[in-house]
Design a protein. Sequence first.
Lengths: 873, 215
Amino acid sequence: MVVLKYLVCLYLMIQVQALYEDQAGKFDWHQQLMGRPQLVLSSESQPLVVATEQNVLAALNHQTGALLWRRVLERGAAGQLRLLLNSDGEVVTFSGPNLVRVWSAPTGQLVSETALDLPETTGQTFVLSSGARELAVVHLSSPRSELHRMSVGSDQHTTESLDTPWADGASCVSGRETLLCRHSSQLYVLSVGSARSEITAVPLPPAAAAPAQLRHLGSDLYSATGAGRLTVLRAAAGGVTTVREGAGDMACLSGPDGRQTIYVGNNKQDKVVPAVQFESVSLSGGPTSAPTGRLQLSTRHGPVDACHVLTAPGSAAPRILLVGSDDAVTMIQLGDGVLWTREESLASILAVEVVDLPMSANQVSIEEEFGDQAADPISALLLRMSSQWGQLAALAAGVVRPTRDRAADVNHLTRDSFNTHKMVVLVTAAGKVLGVHSETGSVLWAVPVAGLSPPPAADSVVLGLQRGTAHFPHPPVAVLLSGRLLVTFNPITGGDLQAHQLPYEPTQASLLPHADNTHLKPLLILDSAGAVHVWPESAESLAKSLHSKLFFYTVDVKSSTAQGSAVNQALETVPSWRLDLGSQGQTIRRVLAKSPHERVHSQGRVLADRSVLYKYSNPNLVLVLADAPDPVHKHSTTAYLVDAVTGHLIYSHVQRRVRCPCHAVHSENWLVYSVYNEKARRTELTSIELFEGKVQANASAFSSLEAPPQPMVEKQTFIFPTQIEAMRETITEKGITTKFIMFALTSGSLVTLNRALLDPRRPLTPGRASMEEGLPPYTPELPLPTVNVVNYNRTLQHVSGIVSSPSGLESTCLVFVHGLDLYHTRVFPSNMFDQLKDDFDSTFIVLVLVGLIAASAVTRRLSQRRALQLAWK
Amino acid sequence: MWPVWWLVPVLLAAFCAADTDPQAPGLYQIEGRLMKMERDPDPEWFRVAFITVTGGAETHYGFPTADGSFVVSNLAPGSYVVDVTNPRYQFEPVRVDINSKGKLRARRVNHIVPSEVTQLPYPLKLRPLGPYQFFLKREQWRITDILFSPMVMMMILPVVLILVLPKMMNDPETRKEMEQISMPKYDMPELSEMMTSFFGSGDKKKGAKPKKKQT
């Protein structure tokens, strides 16, 4: 019987968060992305096929730019697409070290796959093709390179060895039959067209000098672009000839051999609007009939980097696919304008900040009504009447003009009544800052920021909200720090963008939790010399007055050391502690502090005997995960819990024969991290929970400097049945709702799991006390039922992060997932307890009400007649 | 006795394991076939399905051809879990072990006892177990749910008492019976009495007449 009760309890715990079928698509949206196109293939009868830098093979609709199909390959070099060819209506790709695949162009279905017999190489790999089935693979390395010639579908394989002493530091581009390399002031042409390959060295043409970028245009033509000059080169077995030299930023080639036309594009600025000027150059000599033109692009986009001509001349105006420096993909028709644009920089998001929308005038007046406690009753009544009149007027206006689309206008964005619609501010690796409406997924504003790309390191971008939308007339301000570049902007409109180059090298930055007299939270920046800078500088006095409460910690991943420092009166750091893991052979894999926005609702947990176990809620606790090779156990992984203020090592836990990839969540007084167990070959989750004990040292505030004695540590490890790509905990406004942990899996699902199932106090043998506390007995394997998959059948691939943010409803947490797909949804960890359910039957209630009113009217009439009859008797 | 019995399945597994020619020194491939559902109402899933092969840090992908066969290449010796990702059908993952000589063995995934071997055929044959259940079923509205809910029962019972009891009182035989039962009399006018006198006489004219004819 006890066991049955436990099973019921466990079942209820697992099955809390789930969707009904009619809720699909109601709160969530999904966008499929492909990344920055690298290779483009088009023909008139087939969809446009592109291979991207994010290792995606995708087909797009020519007319609309809609994604027809998408095939995602492995991350990194294992999935890199090196060749894209058209062969009898099928698409041939060479990807990774040796895989040749043939795909059906209309459906994306694999037709055949061959793994070529190639040796492993440490150098760069380039693939040349003289025909669709004849391949030449160059393994370029210094001093000798290898050339493998093979034809797909047969066993022919010849290997040649080449002398390439210049290969180190050379930048190369592969064409059809030639490989063009530049090293210092020489150009090297490796030609494989004839039976024997040959290498020709020629001096670099002056216009193609060092910073210029080499590109392959088609057949044997290459372009070198740099500093507004463009040189078109023809590379052949004999050497390199310059075809055209002049101004230009990009070039693309159209037409069959012999009647080729080169389109040369120049980036222009029409006032603030970027534009591209195209001119055409015929290679066969003589005047060209191909059209030229100037095209205005949207202000949302930066200058264009590359172009691809899509249709053959002879037909109407040529279509050109433009790839921007900000990863925007634009299809234009010369003389006709822009056909469509895809915002592909969204596939490489580095930082996310979710910002509340500003309140409308009505909401402000309602807030005022409750905010002023000391107001006299008459003025409160007047205020209430005026605010209710405003609500009525707004309702009437909504009825009169219901179709007005207010979401599209960034200047009139207002919060909805439950604050579930937000502005998601994104910073991408392409150097673009975007604002996305969380309800619809539409990009409301986008600004390319010069100098932001490429970021120095993916995790070195700091994005913070200095001032929210609640401080009218002060506008909201967001700050972005990447390397030496500091950018401030309005996160709702994308306006007021100001970029500053800092004169020092920042190593760490964080927002001061206290705001100055304009409600602006200053940004504290620690530089490499150990000095603390304040942005804006006017807030320096505020930072100085708080210096005794400021502590910094920095983690150097290269040397695997963490160090902490205090701040003195002159805003200089004084080193206070140092944790050197590198000297012990360990490598820091992950450092995780708690979310600063989190609120902890309860200070303790009530046990079965009605006593309270107080949580160890140290806001300065940082989890450091490090792994190290182990002579006996192959790998060992250690979790360190460090107090970032004092450097006090609160707890450490070593696991043998496990290694990273490590993912972790850290919240309230608990943390969960995942490791891969090499011995049992499975993913394991370790859950740690910290308690102060049955008495609390200081009930009002936690201080690291007068810290309570060592906390009690509870820990348990569970088996997670699949592999994890990212994990994050849910967060709600007041922290009352049960915490769930969301996992993005390699299979493309986003699964939620109740934190209570990862409670390290789950007993091995069920007893009365644990039953009363609602602790299910320990089970080694965690259940992942498919009803907990919040993204149902919308597969999310290569997830790079999950962002959770609270809404105005305590039950609701907003979730944004980014990677090769963007996905946004709402999760209800404890179900919708503060909201009417979707299936609330309003029609039934209305029917019952109407029925009751009718019945009472009828009975009233009957009783009246009865009374009259009685009176006549 | 124990070790010998343990060895038998392991040895069998080693003999049964298929030989593959290494496609590059030290790297091997997993082959298999994705089976379609018979009478599939929505065959579209097959076009977007792909195979994930995960082992430790890295994930490899395989793509099925139109007949469902797939090959995942460039795998170093080790243990991998092969699974099918698609939006429609659930599959059972399979563990494939590749030893340093390139022998392959497929077995059931058992996370709790990793050493237990339940051999599966290789090359792999992956069959759908059934459609994914992503959604909960909404509760259906039924009239019996309403009628038997306690609230409705509580409403119906007083109505029955109010409408039926007065009729029983009108019946002369029952009245005699009731009179025989000596009831303590209260002076206070009771609400229920007022109600019965009010409704009871009204019902007599409308409802009582056809009943008398029948009897």
